[in-house]
Design a protein around this ligand. Structure first.
Ligand SMILES: Cc1cc2nc3c(=O)[nH]c(=O)nc-3n(C[C@H](O)[C@H](O)[C@H](O)COP(=O)(O)OP(=O)(O)OC[C@H]3O[C@@H](n4cnc5c(N)ncnc54)[C@H](O)[C@@H]3O)c2cc1C
Length: 340
């Protein structure tokens, strides 16, 4: 086990903010993980698992324990059974490289989730989703290391309890499991899903009414590139808040004041576009305060314009929450994991 000390977390997160980790170690295997966890236990310090750092904001005081950078690799394609091929990927694999590989081999299921930053192991944690698809739709099982027993435990799709940007792994009981490997069930005879507005518009503009699998990946990459900042250039963790889910009654009330409010059906309730609220109710799109701002093309995306501290980012986010609450009574819940 190679242990480093006093490592800048700004260098390991796409927000490029936050303090230092007291200890930092990279896990290349399940045995590495066992050694690292045993060390943290012996020292009686907390640990935190980090993938690509694209959905986390550490506070300026940093992390007082051991940050474990997940780097378990390996991708394996199984044999087709009943039209479905099990594709297994190590938690440390780069998500979009993995997705690109499945599309290049002609497998349907992950193309709408192209170009999301981060690692494979984080995908089940918040059940990543975009353009009408969610990782949980095609996850078959998730391998984990139970950090109390140091044994491997496998979770079926049902046991993962996937829901909107949520899963068992985000619950207090799920916190003791580190994801080591994820198995996806993909099909080589699937069909593309272009029902989501932006994707549909993209193909309508090009007069393409039967896009191929790789066209959908290209479309999603093009749309995301236009709408979202490039993490190589600006600090961000993407959407800072989840889309709030409210009752049909609440949306009717809101429509009295904001008839254009953008929302989508969500079971018996509705999901309101947090980006719409921040843009049209809060007036945040493109607004900047010091080193922090809301992205010019999407108010939901907070950007670290130049060397912002985590406290500045959090103060900006709190201001957004306060204004939206005062104007609509809706509480915006962070999607980004805040570690203070
Ligand atoms: C520009 C941009 C666009 C984005 N767009 C989207 C989008 O469209 N849809 C979407 O859903 N998300 C989006 N995100 C958020 C982010 O990309 C995803 O949440 C992604 O899955 C995070 O992966 P990561 O490896 O960077 O996780 P990290 O940020 O490193 O970790 C996130 C959380 O998962 C936990 N975790 C990470 N790995 C493991 C593991 N192996 N086992 C257990 N827990 C683990 C961490 O402890 C932490 O709590 C976007 C982010 C950015 C910066």
């Amino acid at each position: 086990m190679h242990l480093e000390e006093n490592i800048s977390l700004a260098h390991h997160t796409t927000f490029r903010a936050g303090g230092r980790a007291r200890f930092f170690a990279v896990a290349e295997s399940e045995d590495d993980l066992r050694d690292i966890i045993s060390y943290a236990r012996k020292k009686n310090i907390p640990f935190f698992v980090l993938g690509g750092g694209s959905n986390v904001l550490f506070g300026d005081r940093g992390f007082p324990g051991l940050v474990i950078k997940m780097n378990i690799r390996g991708i394996a394609y199984g044999k087709e059974k009943g039209g479905i091929t099990a594709v297994s990927a190590g938690a440390g694999e780069h998500w979009d490289n993995f997705v690109g590989g499945t599309v290049a081999r002609g497998f349907y299921g992950l193309e709408n989730l192209s170009f999301i930053p981060g690692s494979v192991g984080a995908a089940p944690v918040q059940n990543i989703g975009a353009y009408g698809a969610e990782a949980g739709d095609v996850i078959v099982e998730v391998s984990t290391l139970n950090t109390e027993t140091l044994e491997i435990e496998i979770f079926s799709k049902e046991a993962c309890m996937f829901s909107y940007r949520d899963s068992f792994f985000k619950s207090p009981a799920g916190g003791k499991y580190i994801i080591t490997r994820v198995v996806f069930g993909l099909s080589s005879k699937g069909s593309v899903n272009i029902s989501y507005r932006d994707v549909k518009d993209y193909f309508e503009e090009r007069r393409n009414d039967s896009p191929a699998l790789s066209d959908v990946r290209d479309a999603v990459i093009a749309i995301r590139t236009r709408k979202l900042p490039d993490v190589r250039e600006v600090g961000t963790a993407g959407s800072f808040f989840k889309n709030p889910v409210v009752s049909v009654y609440d949306i009717e009330k809101l429509k009295e004041k904001h008839p254009d409010v953008k929302f989508f059906p969500h079971g018996d309730a509705v999901k309101i576009s947090a980006g719409w609220l921040l843009d049209h109710v809060g007036g945040f799109r493109g607004y900047r305060e010091g080193n922090v701002g809301a992205y010019k093309n999407q108010a939901l995306v907070i950007v670290n314009e130049s060397g912002a501290s985590a406290s500045e980012i959090l103060a900006f986010a709190e201001r957004m929450q306060k204004i939206i609450y005062e104007k609509t009574g809706i509480t915006l819940e962070p999607e980004v994991k805040i570690v203070e």
